[in-house]
Write a protein that binds this ligand. Structure first.
Ligand SMILES: [Zn+2]
Length: 559
C-alpha cells in the first residue's frame, strides 16, 4: 500500500521540478480529469481533488483550481470518483469460514444426503468436527422421516453439524447435540427450537439461536481456529476492496468464537481495507446480567481506529420462509411449531428485551435489530421507544414486512431502515416461495420507497455472504425494481454512502468527498449518471482507496 504512496510522491516531486507551477504542499496526491460526484450537501460535481499524506482530502474543485494550487497529478481520463461504498450489514468473518465448510445439496433425496454426508466425512477426515452447510431445513424435514438416524448412521465417531442455507437452522448428529447440551433438555433453550418427533425425541434439526449454540461449540476460539478465521477475514478484505467497499458493519459478532479478537488482530496486522463498526451478537439463552457485563467489556468506539465494536445485534424474530418471522396476523402454513407460535417466534421475552435495550444503549451500544415480520419490526420500534434507548441512531435490518401504521415511526423515532435488495429477494420466485407461508402479504415485501417517502433514513446493505455483495448489482436492482425501488440514482448512491456513514456515526469523516474528510474513494470506469439503470452491473470498479491508500488497483491506475 505504501509503495503507491511513495511512487506518487516521487512522481509529484518530479513534476514540480519540471514545471514552473506553485510548490506542491507536502506529498499531496492529486487526481485530475475525473468525474467526481461528491455526495456533499450540494451534491456537487468536480473534476479534480488533492489528498494529503495522511489520506485526508485537502481540496476538491476544477482542474485549474487544483492543478494551480497542488500541481499536476494522476490523469483519471474521465473516470468517475465516488465516496467509497459503505455496507452496513454483512458477515465478513463468516463469509470466509463458511466458504470452507463442506457443501451439501440445498434440496435432495435421502440418497443424496447420504452420499453428501459420506463425502463430507471423507473430505474432513482429519478434523475433530464435521462441519457442512447448504441444506434447506424445510425440505429436509419434508423428505426425511428420521434425520437424526440418518446422520448418525453415516457419522458416529465424532460430532457433525450441517448449517442450513439461510443462517437460521442446523442439522446435527447425536454427538454434536450432546456437545451443545441439547440431549438432556426437555424444553427448548430460550431463543431456539429443537424440532422433535411425535414421541418427543430429537430429530437432529434445530432452528434459530440453537443453531448458533452448535456453531459456538464446534468452533471454540482455539489458536488454530482463530488463525483460520483471520485468514478467512483477510480473503474477505480482498473481495470487499474489489467491490469498492471502504466501510462495513460486520453483523456476525459471535464473541464466544472470538470474532472480535479476529478483527482486532486484522487491524494490528494491517490487513484491513475497510473501516469496521461491528456488532456483538446478543444471546437469548445467556444469563442477562452476566451477558451485559461481557458485552460492555468488549465495547470499543475509538474513531481514531479502523475497528470498533459499538453495536449489539439483537434478533427479534426468525425468517418468513421458516414461519419464524413475527407476524401481526397468523401464518398460513408452518413447520410444525407449537400452535401458540402461529404468529412466529420471538428470541427474547419483552422484559429481557427492554432491559437489554436500556442498559446496552446507555453503555454506548447502537441497537442493530434483525426483524423480518411486521410484528418483529413493530416490536423493534416499541423497544427503542419504550426503553428510551440512547446512543442512536439505532436501526432495523432486513425489514421484509412493515405494517403501514409502523412506517412513520422510523422518521419519528430517528430509526434507520436498513434494506437488502438482492436480485434473488426481489424476484417473483422468492415471492412465490414466501407466499406459501404468508399468502397475499408476500406481494408487499421490503417497502423501501414507502419508507423513503415517509421520511426515514434508508441504507442499502448486502447481508453478504448470505446475499449479493456487489454495490453495482444492488444499484441495478434498486433502480429497476417495478415499485418500492429507489426514486433515482442520486438517492440510491446516498443509501450506500452518506446514509450508512450517518448510521455508523462517522459522517463527519467519511461518506462524501469534502475537504477534511478521509479519502475513502472508489474509482469507476464510467459515469454512473450516463449509464442506464439496467446496465449498472456492467460498470467496472477500477480502484479503491482507503484513506488515500490504494487497497485495490489491479491495473496500476494510481501508481
Ligand atoms: Zn445478516
Amino acid at each position: 500500500m505504501s509503495t503507491a504512496r511513495i511512487l506518487s510522491a516521487a512522481a509529484l516531486l518530479l513534476t514540480s521540478t519540471l514545471t514552473s507551477g506553485p510548490v506542491v504542499a507536502g506529498d499531496a496526491m492529486v487526481l485530475t480529469n475525473a468525474r467526481i460526484y461528491t455526495v456533499d450537501a450540494e451534491r456537487s460535481r468536480a473534476e479534480a481533488m488533492a489528498i494529503d499524506e495522511s489520506g485526508v482530502i485537502l481540496a476538491v474543485g476544477s482542474n485549474e483550481e487544483i492543478v494551480g494550487t497542488y500541481g499536476t497529478g494522476i490523469d483519471l481520463k474521465d473516470r468517475m470518483v465516488l465516496p467509497g461504498f459503505q455496507d452496513a450489514h454483512l458477515h465478513a468473518v463468516e463469509a470466509g469460514i463458511t466458504a470452507n465448510f463442506c457443501l451439501l445439496p440445498q434440496f435432495g433425496s435421502k440418497a443424496d444426503y447420504e452420499q453428501a454426508l459420506t463425502d463430507c466425512a471423507d473430505e474432513l477426515s482429519d478434523r475433530s468436527w464435521v462441519i457442512g452447510a447448504g441444506v434447506n431445513m424445510a425440505a429436509l424435514l419434508d423428505s426425511l422421516e428420521d434425520p437424526l438416524g440418518l446422520i448418525d448412521s453415516i457419522i458416529e465417531d465424532r460430532p457433525a453439524v450441517i448449517l442450513d442455507d439461510l443462517g437460521h437452522g442446523a442439522w446435527a448428529n447425536t454427538q454434536a447435540l450432546a456437545a451443545a447440551g441439547f440431549d438432556s433438555l426437555t424444553q427448548d433453550p430460550r431463543g431456539g427450537i429443537l424440532v422433535r418427533m411425535e414421541d418427543g425425541s430429537l430429530t437432529g434439526v434445530v432452528l434459530e439461536s440453537a443453531s448458533q449454540t452448535l456453531m459456538d461449540v464446534s468452533q471454540p476460539p482455539t489458536p488454530e481456529n482463530l488463525d483460520f478465521a483471520l485468514k478467512s477475514l483477510s480473503g474477505a478484505m480482498e473481495i470487499l476492496a474489489a467491490n469498492g467497499i471502504t466501510s462495513v458493519s460486520d453483523a456476525g459478532g459471535y464473541w464466544p468464537r472470538g470474532h472480535e479478537t479476529v478483527w482486532e488482530r486484522a487491524e494490528a496486522e494491517e490487513i484491513l481495507t475497510v473501516r469496521a463498526s461491528n456488532a456483538l451478537y446478543l444471546y437469548p439463552n445467556f444469563p442477562l446480567d452476566r451477558q451485559i457485563k461481557e458485552l460492555k467489556k468488549r465495547y470499543s468506539n475509538d474513531p481514531a481506529r479502523l475497528v470498533r465494536f459499538n453495536q449489539v445485534k439483537i434478533y427479534l424474530d426468525g425468517i418468513l420462509s421458516q414461519a419464524t418471522g413475527l407476524l401481526y396476523a397468523p401464518y398460513e402454513a408452518s413447520l410444525g411449531l407449537a400452535p401458540e407460535e402461529n404468529r412466529g417466534f420471538a428470541y427474547f421475552t419483552h422484559e429481557d428485551l427492554f432491559r437489554y435495550a436500556t442498559e446496552l444503549s446507555a453503555a454506548g451500544f447502537q441497537l442493530h435489530f434483525h426483524a423480518t415480520g411486521d410484528r418483529g419490526t413493530g416490536l423493534a420500534l416499541d423497544t427503542i421507544e419504550q426503553a428510551d434507548a440512547t446512543s442512536g441512531p439505532h436501526r432495523i435490518t432486513h425489514l421484509y414486512m412493515i405494517a403501514p401504521k409502523d412506517r412513520p415511526r422510523f422518521r419519528d423515532l430517528g430509526v434507520v431502515a436498513d434494506f437488502q435488495l438482492a436480485p434473488s429477494s426481489v424476484g417473483s420466485s422468492y415471492r412465490e416461495s414466501i407466499a406459501e407461508f404468508i399468502g397475499g402479504r408476500a406481494g408487499d415485501l421490503m417497502p423501501l420507497r414507502a419508507l423513503h417517502d415517509a421520511g426515514a433514513l434508508i441504507t442499502l446493505s448486502s447481508d453478504w455472504d448470505a446475499d449479493e455483495l456487489s454495490p453495482l448489482v444492488k444499484l441495478q436492482t434498486v433502480l429497476t425494481r417495478d415499485r418500492e425501488g429507489a426514486p433515482n440514482l442520486a438517492a440510491a448512491i446516498e443509501m450506500m454512502t452518506i446514509n450508512p456513514a450517518r448510521l455508523l456515526r462517522h459522517a463527519d469523516r467519511t461518506g462524501s468527498i469534502e475537504p477534511g474528510k478521509f479519502a475513502d474513494l472508489v474509482i469507476l470506469d464510467r459515469d454512473l449518471f450516463e449509464v442506464s439503470p439496467a446496465e449498472m452491473s456492467e460498470v467496472q470498479i477500477e480502484a479503491t482507496l482507503l484513506q488515500g491508500e490504494a487497497v485495490f488497483d489491479p491495473t496500476g491506475l494510481l501508481e
